[in-house]
Design a binder for this molecule. Structure first.
Ligand code: ZN
Length: 275
């Protein structure tokens, strides 16, 4: 599944729409709370966020990548299967959204395995890509990902284009497709009293300015740049933010030579270009 504006030959810029379906696991694993009200914020991803996002993607006929923690797949198997059955890519996103920096190597191995098992059981597919919970990486992460056959990572912030991951100074066979906090919804919109995270609830017009400014700059530079939006169904899935996202998509679709692709497709294209 990939969509070009214009033809594949004149592609100037790759665009990836990515959604981290954290749901309850963010609160249980990263925030350390099982308060029913906190968990219900995660549940919103399954009840409203994902259905709304899928309707939008279908309407625009665009591909997307969903990074799904194992706990989310087990808790919401029907919603997760709907994503997979729609032809969208599903990537590994830990088991309980546990930042790898808080785990021993043995614990991290268990989480990588449990995440893979849950995704395989629910979707019938083995993910090729990984985005770490909370964009944290331990010293063991890449060794484990290599061992379990992960082909690309989306947890670093080191460039605006793909590159090979280096682990302890050595080149690996894992492609990095980096992100940027500026191009997340969470950094702009997330709000929480406990744990305290009060920068959020930005007006969508501010965020649209940031996201559109980065797209316009990337389009002007072109080449091997990738424009990767990192979003969360419980955040971007709110109605006023969906309208903002649609405005961004309309803006992007007004440009020739944009390649909308899944992260897996971008990683494969990088591999083939690099020989
Ligand atoms: Zn996440």
């Amino acid at each position: 599944m990939a969509t070009f504006t214009g033809t594949a030959d004149d592609h100037r810029l790759a665009v990836a729409l990515t959604f981290d379906f954290d749901a309850e696991s963010l609160w249980l694993g990263a925030m350390g709370t099982d308060s029913p009200s906190a968990l219900s914020r995660g549940t919103y991803a399954a009840t409203e966020g994902i259905p709304r996002i899928l309707r939008m993607l279908e309407r625009y006929e665009l591909p997307a990548t969903f990074f799904v923690p194992g706990d989310t797949a087990e808790r919401h198997p029907d919603v997760t299967r709907r994503i997979a059955d729609g032809g969208y890519e599903i990537g590994h996103h830990g088991y309980l959204h546990e930042p790898p920096t808080t785990l021993t190597e043995a614990e991290e191995r268990v989480m990588v395995e449990r995440g893979l098992e849950a995704l395989l059981k629910v979707t019938g597919r083995v993910p090729t890509g990984y985005r770490s919970p909370s964009w944290e990486l331990s010293k063991s992460t890449y060794r484990l990902l290599s061992e379990y056959g992960i082909r690309y990572d989306a947890s670093q912030l080191g460039a605006d284009r793909p590159y090979w991951v280096r682990d302890a100074g050595k080149l690996t066979d894992i492609v990095e497709i980096p992100g940027a906090w500026e191009l997340t919804d969470s950094a702009h919109f997330m709000f929480s009293y406990f744990p305290s995270y009060r920068v959020g609830l930005s007006g969508p017009s501010k965020v649209a300015e940031v996201w559109q400014g980065d797209f316009d700059g990337a389009y002007e530079e072109s080449g091997d740049i990738c424009y990767v939006l990192t979003m969360h169904p419980e955040i971007i899935g709110r109605l006023h933010r969906m309208r903002m996202l649609q405005g961004i998509l309309d803006h992007i679709l007004g440009h020739e030579g944009v390649w909308f692709a899944t992260m897996d497709e971008i990683a494969m294209e990088f591999r083939s270009r690099q020989g």
